[in-house]
Write a protein that binds this ligand. Sequence first.
Ligand code: 5AD
Ligand code: SF4
Length: 468
Amino acid sequence: MELEQLDLAETAASRKHEADAPAAKKVFVKTYGCQMNVYDSQRMADALAVDGYAATESIEDADLVLLNTCHIREKAAEKVYSELGRVRALKAERAARGLETVIGVAGCVAQAEGREIIRRQPAVDLVIGPQTYHRLPEVLRKARAGEKVVETEYAVEDKFEHLPMPQRSAIRGRGVTAFLTVQEGCDKFCTFCVVPYTRGSEVSRPVERIVGEAERLAAAGVREVTLLGQNVNAWHGEGPDGREWGLGRLLYRLAEIPGIARLRYTTSHPRDMDDELIEAHRDLAALMPYLHLPVQSGSDRILKAMNRRHTAADYLKLIERIRAARSDIAMSGDFIVGFPGETDADFEATMAIVRATNYASAFSFKYSPRPGTPGAEMDGHVEEQVKDERLQRLQALITEQQHAFAEGLVGRTISTLVEKPGRRPGQIVGRSPWLQPVIVDEKAGEIGDIVDVRITGTGTNSLFAESV
Ligand code: 5AD
Ligand code: SF4
């Protein structure tokens, strides 16, 4: 759809909205898991807005409660059921006051468990997988008519085609940074990971849809766009020049859009970092010098068992090339400790790759066996206590590196995107090129400005600065 057509759709939607205004229903969406779920929650809210649903921050007022769930680790999945218990009580309370409440479960738990969710928690009215959100209004109508609906068929192309783009007012309400999904699903089949089963195989969004959405975001005042994909650097598509584009080429194109001052992308796989993408880091000032590039383990044996299809040395060589292209790039990563068969020596190799890389930030997790994945069937599951000890040591090292990185910025002048008012009067919060919140006096600039500030100190997860 062209942008103009979208504008017409938007006008029609807001008119419908106005007509419905007095009886407007309210939807409360709670999001778990990754940034793609954040993006999807917004798209669901956008789809429901067309049907006259207004978003609410207060669950007690909601006619529709949607939990957008994550299945990546057992803990994440189990959280959903405890939350559903609370929502069920709320539904009963509201029913006593004559109010209807529809409970919906979306996201990766919905995809993985389907009808089982309703069996475990009969108060749930609808279950909708991540590839079928464009059918949400229809599913909701059925649920309100009393049917228990489970909708988990794969149709990601349809989703990309039919989900409404955000309305300008909605974008403005969400601030000056935005996510933009360019790719979904994964064909890599790492043996620990549930994503290829919950999100399906890799699908890339067409260039013109991505550019159209980015232009729309820019027109509504967004300054920083983060491209999302489970395997974002595997994105590819036919460019307007008739050539096959990769993510690098796409970034060059997006950097041309007036208003977009900052670009990021996440999450990447080492095997898909091609030359053009690395060159984009060298050439594009808008491409932020921060790269989330998970390696998961530093042991070649474990990398092989994980089906990562590269070695620790390959990863380090790649980082050298990236740093040669952009010397100030800060690295981020993900790690799993206690994968089946991981020995002390394997774990030490992970510590070694962390030391060798020197991360500005990184995330680490205890291995959690996921139903249906090859890892869950492997021998040599590691004892919980050993996992705990390894995680603690790894996290201590990562925290040390993270602090050293932040401390290294003290006294330096850095560019900051002003995002929102601070907690204290007179303060504003910005974002550094390396994703740290920057707390600075409000004289520094207006929301949406990109300003230079001098770093004066560090907090637990943030930087303090003064305007220059
Ligand atoms: N157990 C623990 N961590 C996992 N991750 C993915 N699957 C699992 C699992 N089964 C981690 C990986 C991935 C991040 C999003 O979550 O490190 O990069
Ligand atoms: Fe969780 Fe993965 Fe689904 Fe994101 S895609 S919500 S990380 S399971």
